[in-house]
Design a protein around this ligand. Structure first.
Ligand SMILES: Cc1ncc(COP(=O)(O)O)c(C=O)c1O
Length: 377
C-alpha cells in the first residue's frame, strides 16, 4: 500500500461542488482582489480564533512582515524568534529591516524555551515571535510575562497552528497579534497563496488594512507607503468553505496522532511528538525523532511511504544568515532536532490501514537497523 505524505485531493473531493459554487459566485460578482468575500472570511476567521479582528493578506510571510511594519519595527531593532521554524519567520524580520535574534527551543514542545528568553533581550529588542511549530502553541504564559516586564510586543507565528489551543485560548488570540498562512497544505489551506493577521487591537487592525492596500484607507488617498498585500476574493471564498470543516479536520489529525502514538510510542529508538499539559496540538506536522533519519526517509520512500523533513537546516545555519556568524553549537536543541525530525504522513483523510502500514514499515526498518548495529558491535 502506498501512503502519500499529503493527499489534498482526498480532502477536496467531497467539497468539490461547494468549492466550485463558491468560486463561481466570485466570478459572477467580479470581486477578485479584496472585497466582500474577503470581508466575510475575516469575520468568520476572527470568530473562529476568538479575536475581535482578522485581516486577510497575501501570505503568512506578508502577515508577519506587515505586523512588524505596523508596530514600527525596523532598522536598528532586534526581534527574538527560534531557529526551528520555516525560513519565513526570520525572513519577515529581516525584510522589515530588523535583526533576527534566536533563542533555542524546549525539547518538550519544540517551541521557544522561555527559560532562555530573558538573556537574549537587549535594549534593541522590540518584539518576540514565538512559533507554534507543527501545530502546538508555545508556552505563552511565561513568554507574555517576560514581554510585559520588558515592554515587548508578542507576535504569534501561528502559520502551522490553526485551531490549536493553549489553556483554553486559541492560537492567534494570545499575543498582540497572530499570523496565519493558508498555503494549500496547511490545516486550513487556500487554492494558492493567502494569509491573515488576527488581533484584538483595533489600531493594529486598521494599520494593517491600510498597509496591505498601498497605504490607502480611502481609494487613491495614500497616507502611507504601503504594499499590495491583499487577499484574493477566490481564496477567501475557498477558505470560507473549508473553515467549516477545520475543527473536524483537526479532530481527525488528533485521532491519527493517538493511533500513531499507540503503535510507535513504546519504542525506545523513536520519540513521538509530545503534547504539553493544557495544550491542544493540531498536528499540522507529525514529526517523530529518530537516529539515521535520512536513510529511513529514503527506505520509506522505496516502500511507497511519503515522509518529509521539517526542517533539515535550522535557520541560523542557513547560508542566507551566514552574516549572523552563528555557527554549529549555537542552538544545540534545534540543531539536534533538525537532524532527527522525520515527518510522517498526516492529513485528516488518512485511514487506519495507512497509519498501520506506516507504523509497520517504520518499525521493521528500525528493527533491522537495530540488528545491523548489534552485529557491528
Ligand atoms: C512557521 C511558518 N511561518 C511562516 C510561514 C509562511 O507562510 P506563507 O508560506 O503563507 O508565506 C509558514 C508557511 O509555510 C510557516 O510554516
Amino acid at each position: 500500500m502506498r501512503v502519500p505524505f499529503l493527499d489534498l485531493n482526498a480532502h477536496h473531493q467531497p467539497l468539490r461542488a461547494e468549492l466550485l459554487a463558491a468560486i463561481q459566485e466570485v466570478i459572477d460578482c467580479g470581486a477578485f482582489a479584496g472585497g466582500p468575500f474577503v470581508a466575510k472570511f475575516e469575520e468568520e476567521f476572527a470568530a473562529f480564533c476568538q479575536t475581535r479582528y482578522a485581516v486577510g493578506v497575501g501570505s503568512g510571510t506578508e502577515a508577519l512582515w506587515l505586523v512588524l511594519l505596523a508596530f514600527g519595527i525596523g532598522p536598528g531593532d532586534e526581534v527574538i524568534t527560534v531557529p526551528s521554524t520555516f525560513m519565513a519567520t526570520a525572513e519577515a524580520i529581516s525584510f522589515a529591516g530588523a535583526k533576527p535574534v534566536f533563542v533555542d527551543i524546549d525539547e518538550r514542545t519544540y517551541t521557544l524555551d522561555p527559560e532562555l528568553l530573558e538573556r537574549a533581550i537587549t535594549p534593541r529588542t522590540k518584539a518576540i515571535i514565538p512559533v507554534h511549530l507543527f501545530g502546538q502553541i508555545a508556552d505563552m504564559d511565561p513568554i507574555l510575562e517576560i514581554a510585559r516586564r520588558h515592554q515587548l510586543r508578542v507576535i504569534e507565528d501561528a502559520c502551522q497552528a490553526h485551531g490549536a489551543e493553549y489553556k483554553g485560548r486559541k492560537a492567534g488570540s494570545i499575543g498582540n497579534a497572530g499570523c496565519f498562512s493558508f498555503y494549500p497544505g496547511k490545516n486550513l489551506g487556500a487554492f494558492g497563496e493567502a494569509g491573515a493577521v488576527t488581533t484584538d487591537d483595533k489600531a493594529l487592525c486598521e494599520r494593517i488594512q491600510t498597509l496591505r492596500d498601498h497605504g490607502q484607507a480611502k481609494k487613491y488617498y495614500h497616507s502611507d507607503i504601503g504594499w499590495n498585500a491583499r487577499m484574493d476574493g477566490i481564496q477567501a471564498a475557498v477558505l470560507r468553505v473549508k473553515l467549516k470543516g477545520l475543527e473536524r479536520g483537526n479532530a481527525a489529525r488528533r485521532d491519527h496522532a493517538r493511533e500513531y502514538g499507540e503503535l510507535l510510542g513504546s519504542r525506545e529508538d523513536l520519540i513521538t511528538p509530545p503534547e504539553a499539559a493544557g495544550s491542544k496540538h493540531v498536528y499540522h506536522v507529525y514529526a517523530v525523532r529518530v537516529q539515521g533519519r535520512d536513510q529511513l526517509l529514503r527506505a520509506l520512500a522505496d516502500r511507497g511511504i511519503g515522509c518529509g523533513i521539517h526542517y533539515p537546516i535550522p535557520v541560523h545555519l542557513q547560508q542566507a544568515y551566514r552574516g549572523l556568524n552563528l555557527g554549529r553549537g549555537s542552538f544545540p536543541v534545534a540543531e539536534r532536532c533538525a537532524e532527527e525530525f522525520l515527518s510522517l504522513p498526516m492529513f485528516p483523510e488518512l485511514t487506519a490501514d495507512q497509519i498501520e502500514t506506516v507504523a509497520r514499515e517504520l518499525t521493521s526498518l528500525l528493527s533491522r537497523a537495530e540488528l545491523s548495529n548489534a552485529r557491528a558491535h
